[in-house]
Design a protein around this ligand. Structure first.
Ligand code: ZN
Length: 316
């Protein structure tokens, strides 16, 4: 985090209804740090003011929660309240504080500015373990869990994000999206929950707004496009959560991510989110909302344009 443009790399685990293990393989690729490009932010307007008062967890509740964590944790951990999270880490204290401010707070502030009116209604712990040994050892001693990924995972049972932070911060930002999505759009289907979360695995700040950048998921997507093996957007958006996290989950994540990326680049992503939330009762998959925003009567023609756009992208 040397520059104002914060860049995050890594992998993630999800909190969106599917079995945690099913999501780990698809989400567990570390990525190289991205460089900010000089491109300016799109014309998309930030979200309007909150429509209803967010639920607030009182400061005393965070303080009490942090004290309880401190009692449970071994020596050598630093704790930082960073609502709606409490961050705990065994790197140097100043490093833990820096991650809380420059990754967690940064992502929370910018994601809330862009999308989310409501905080999660319970405190979530973020454990940042300094290396593989600490991560695996503490997952066992604190949670009696054996990680199936070297990068990190979300433990719904413990309301905790358990991270090997040595593998990068991108995972962390992806994961941060999920509890906010759940608090604001509980019925969000997996394709959009994971597409949006994946978008910010590699992200930067431009003109005070969070922007997803191209990342490691691009190459596999380009290969699938060139093979002609990609699902239609209708098929992708109609997937149930089980189908999304099923056999083609790697491609599903990538296709959903780069649909979100396209919408972002067109200045339509925040608008899509808002209208999808607004119209969820009549359009639970988001397909009609997508068609309307794209002004695309012919979605096959749109997909051809999008595929050409994706083929033209580069990473790194
Ligand atoms: Zn996820």
């Amino acid at each position: 985090m040397r520059f104002k443009v914060t860049v995050l790399a890594g992998l993630l685990m999800a909190a969106c209804g599917a079995p945690a293990v099913a999501q780990q393989a698809a989400e567990s690729n570390p990525e190289a740090p991205a460089r900010p490009s000089p491109q300016t932010a799109g014309a998309e307007a930030p979200k309007p003011a909150a429509r209803s008062a967010p639920r607030e967890i009182p400061a005393e509740a965070f303080a009490a929660h942090m004290e309880a964590l401190r009692k449970r944790a071994p020596e050598g951990f630093t704790f930082v309240v960073q609502p709606p999270f409490v961050v705990a880490g065994d790197e140097e204290a100043k490093r833990v504080k820096s991650r809380a401010a420059h990754t967690v707070k940064w992502a929370v502030d910018l994601l809330k500015k862009e999308y989310f009116d409501r905080d999660p209604d319970h405190i979530i712990d973020i454990w940042l373990f300094k290396d593989e040994a600490s991560y695996r050892g503490h997952a066992k001693t604190l949670f009696n869990e054996t990680p199936s990924t070297p990068f990190g995972y979300y433990s719904a049972a413990h309301r905790a994000l358990v991270m090997n932070i040595a593998t990068g911060g991108g995972t962390l930002v992806h994961e941060i999206v999920h509890p906010f999505m759940r608090a604001n759009f509980a019925a969000c289907p997996a394709w959009f929950n994971e597409g949006l979360a994946s978008l910010y695995e590699q992200s930067a700040e431009r003109d005070g707004r969070i922007r997803g950048l191209t990342n490691w998921r691009l190459a596999g997507l380009q290969e699938a496009i060139e093979r002609g093996g990609l699902a239609s957007f209708q098929a992708l958006l109609l997937t149930t959560d089980d189908e999304f996290y099923g056999d083609d989950k790697g491609t599903n994540y990538a296709q959903a991510r780069y649909l979100c990326y396209y919408l972002q680049e067109e200045g339509l992503l925040a608008k899509f989110y808002r209208e999808f939330v607004r119209d969820q009762a009549t359009d639970p998959t988001g397909y009609a909302t997508l068609q309307r925003l794209l002004k695309a009567d012919d979605m096959a023609a749109f997909q051809k344009r999008w595929e050409k756009f994706v083929i033209g992208l580069t990473f790194p």
